[in-house]
Design a protein around this ligand. Structure first.
Ligand code: UFG
Length: 347
C-alpha cells in the first residue's frame, strides 16, 4: 500500500488514477489548503476504486503516526506542498515551514515505521537559470526564489538521508511544465483566484472568465520573443511516477529524474495551438517580462527514458484539448459537492 501526500492536488490526483489503475492500494493525506475533496471523489468515480483519506497537514505528527499505525504502508509518494513562486517571495517562512519541515516530519515518521521508499515531487525550478538547454540532471542546482529553494533543499536533505542509511531509496522527480487533464474531463487544474500559469490562464480567457491573456515578455532571445517551456501532459507525468515507484521499490539510494518531453514551445505557439483545437480566438497583449522568468527551459529526459523505461507520449495538441475539455465541462472548477463524511475522511 502506498501513502500519497497531497493526493487531492492537480498532480497528486492524476498520479492516484495511474497508481490505482496499475493495481496499487492507496491511502491519501491532504489538508485541502489548495485543493478540494471533490477531486478525490472523482478519482474514485473514474477508477471505481476506494481509498482512505486523512484530512491533515504533514506538520501534524500525531496524525502521521495514526496514518502509519492504522495502515500497512510500503512506500510514499510525496506531493504535498505550497507551490506559488510569487507567494513564496512574500511568505518565505510559510514555504520553508510547510515544504521542508513537513517533509522532515514525514520522513521521521517513515523512519520510525521502517518505511524507506519515497518518490518526491521536485521541479525543474531547482536549475534556476540554466547555462544551456536541454537541461540534464547533473546541471548545478541554483534555485532563484524561496519556493524553488524549498525543492532544492528538500532534495539535499533526502540525498543526505540516503547517504546516512543505505536502506533508504528515494527518487526526486523534476517536473517541467505539466498541463492538460485526464481525458474524461472530470479532473483537472483548479487554481484559486487568477491563475499564475499559462494554460489555466488561456482556458479561462477562452471561456470568458478573463478578458485577455497578458504575454509576459516579448523580447526574450527566442524565435518570437516569448518564453519557451517544455510542456508535458499530466498523464505522461503521472505514468512517470508509476515507473519511479517501481524503481524505488527495487533499488536503493538517491536518484533524480527530469520529467519533460525534451521539446520547447513559445507562448505564442501555445496560443496558436489552443486557438486551433478550441476554435476560440485568444485575445492577448504583449507586456513586460515577469521578474524571475527565464527565456528558455526544456529537459533532456534521456535519463528517465533509460533508467525508468519512461517516455512522454502525448503531443501538444492533445495537451491543449484535454485542458480545454476540463475547463468546458467545469467552468468554475470543482464545486464543493461532496461532504467530507461521505468520503469517509479521517482526521
Ligand atoms: N506566461 C504568460 N502569461 C501568463 C502566464 C505565463 O505569458 O499569464 C508565460 C511565462 O512567461 C512563461 C510561460 O508562459 O514563459 C509559462 O509560464 P508558467 O507560469 O505556466 O510556468 P513557469 O515555467 O513560469 O513555471 C513553472 C511552474 C513553477 C516552476 C517553474 C520552473 O509553474 O512552479 O515552472 O520549473 F517553478
Amino acid at each position: 500500500m502506498l501513502l500519497i501526500t497531497g493526493g487531492a492536488g492537480y498532480i497528486g490526483n492524476h498520479a492516484c488514477i495511474e497508481l490505482l489503475n496499475t493495481g496499487y492500494e492507496l491511502v491519501v493525506i491532504d489538508n485541502f489548503s489548495n485543493s478540494k475533496v471533490e477531486a478525490l471523489t472523482r478519482v474514485q468515480e473514474i477508477t471505481g476504486k476506494k481509498f482512505k483519506v486523512y484530512n491533515a497537514s504533514l506538520l501534524n505528527s500525531d496524525i502521521l503516526e495514526k496514518v502509519f499505525s492504522e495502515n500497512h504502508i510500503d512506500g510514499v509518494m510525496h506531493f504535498a506542498g505550497l507551490k506559488s513562486v510569487g507567494e513564496s517571495v512574500k511568505l518565505p517562512l510559510d514555504y520553508y515551514h510547510n515544504n521542508i519541515t513537513g517533509t522532515i516530519s514525514l520522513c521521521m515518521t517513515m523512519q520510525k515505521y521502517g518505511v524507506k521508499k519515497l518518490v518526491f515531487s521536485s521541479s525543474a525550478t531547482v536549475y534556476g537559470v540554466p547555462e544551456w538547454v536541454p537541461i540534464q540532471e547533473d546541471f548545478p542546482l541554483r534555485a532563484t526564489n524561496p519556493y524553488g529553494r524549498t525543492k532544492q533543499m528538500t532534495e539535499e536533505i533526502l540525498a543526505d538521508l540516503c547517504q546516512s542509511d543505505e536502506d533508504w531509496s528515494i527518487a526526486a522527480l523534476r517536473y517541467f511544465n505539466p498541463i492538460g487533464s485526464h481525458p474524461s474531463g472530470r479532473i483537472g487544474e483548479d487554481p484559486n483566484g487568477i491563475p499564475n500559469n499559462l494554460i489555466p490562464y488561456i482556458t479561462q480567457v477562452a471561456i470568458g472568465r478573463i478578458d485577455e491573456l497578458k504575454v509576459l515578455g516579448h523580447d526574450y532571445p527566442t524565435q518570437d520573443g516569448t518564453g519557451v517551456r517544455d510542456y508535458i501532459h499530466i498523464e505522461d507525468l503521472a505514468k512517470g511516477h508509476v515507473k519511479a515507484i517501481e524503481k524505488v521499490i527495487s533499488t536503493n539510494g538517491f536518484h533524480t529524474y527530469n520529467l519533460g518531453t525534451g521539446r520547447g514551445y513559445s507562448v505564442l505557439e501555445i496560443v496558436n495551438v489552443f486557438e486551433k483545437i478550441s476554435g476560440k480566438k485568444i485575445k492577448y497583449s504583449l507586456i513586460d517580462r515577469r521578474p524571475g522568468d527565464i527565456a528558455v527551459c526544456y529537459a533532456d529526459p534521456s535519463k528517465a527514458n533509460r533508467e525508468l523505461n519512461w517516455v512522454a507520449e502525448k503531443g501538444i495538441e492533445e495537451m491543449c484539448s484535454d485542458a480545454w475539455r476540463w475547463q468546458l465541462n467545469n467552468p468554475n472548477g470543482y464545486e464543493e459537492v461532496s461532504e467530507p463524511m461521505a468520503m469517509g475522511i479521517n482526521s
